[in-house]
Write a protein that binds this ligand. Structure first.
Ligand code: URA
Length: 201
């Protein structure tokens, strides 16, 4: 865990963009180093800025319900944002803020090496699928390098709009099968014991 703790200390000291001037604290992320799945939102809001943990306000409560729908424990997954400091008045993050924060997410991805990445909302989706329309690609897993990336709507948008709520719930319900299928592919790729070698033992 100390590699993550070291990284969090660096993120908390970061002054690479102007957001550091008005934040209470930076919000690096939460979850275990060996998490198999990483959820990436947009930016901390007022509650996250106070608590130092992502997704602890209303959107976070809804994310917890969605995780439960997918049979996932919050403590077992990794949760972070594309931007680690709260934009004033919860405005959208600016391109230069996303760019300034990119090295932190790169380091988190390197350390955790998630098998599955779920992007929540269009800002984190754009890191992997720039120019894509979330309405068209949400819920569809795509292999990107060693990871499988699944774009989803942002829980805050879904919370207030019944249409998106149904869609995001349906997408989360698909997660157990996606995870099970990926696990069986991984199992099938493992080298089998070679009977010839065994007979030599
Ligand atoms: N919305 C986000 O995108 N991230 C949070 O941490 C909270 C709300």
């Amino acid at each position: 865990m100390s590699e993550l703790a070291d990284l969090y200390a660096e993120i908390k000291a970061c002054k690479a963009c102007d957001l550091h001037q008005r934040r209470t604290q930076a919000v690096p992320g939460v979850g275990p180093l060996d998490a198999r799945i990483m959820f990436i939102g947009e930016a901390p809001g007022v509650n996250e800025d106070k608590k130092g943990e992502p997704f602890v306000g209303n959107a976070g409560q809804f994310l917890n319900q969605l995780l439960a729908l997918a049979g996932l424990k919050r403590e077992a997954v990794y949760i972070t944002n594309i931007v680690k400091s709260r934009p004033p008045e919860n405005r959208d993050p600016l391109p230069q803020e996303i760019a300034a924060c990119k090295p932190w997410l790169d380091r988190q991805l390197e350390l955790i090496k998630p098998q599955v990445i779920v992007t929540l909302g269009r800002y984190s989706m754009a890191r992997w699928f720039p120019g894509a329309s979330i309405s068209q690609i949400h819920g569809t897993p795509r292999k990107v390098g060693p990871a499988t990336v699944i774009p989803m709507f942002h829980p805050a948008a879904a919370l207030h709009q019944p249409k998106y709520k149904e869609l995001i719930e349906a997408d989360f319900r698909k997660l157990p099968k996606i995870l099970a299928d990926l696990a069986s592919v991984k199992e099938a790729e493992k080298p089998k014991d070679d009977p010839k070698q065994l007979s030599l033992l």
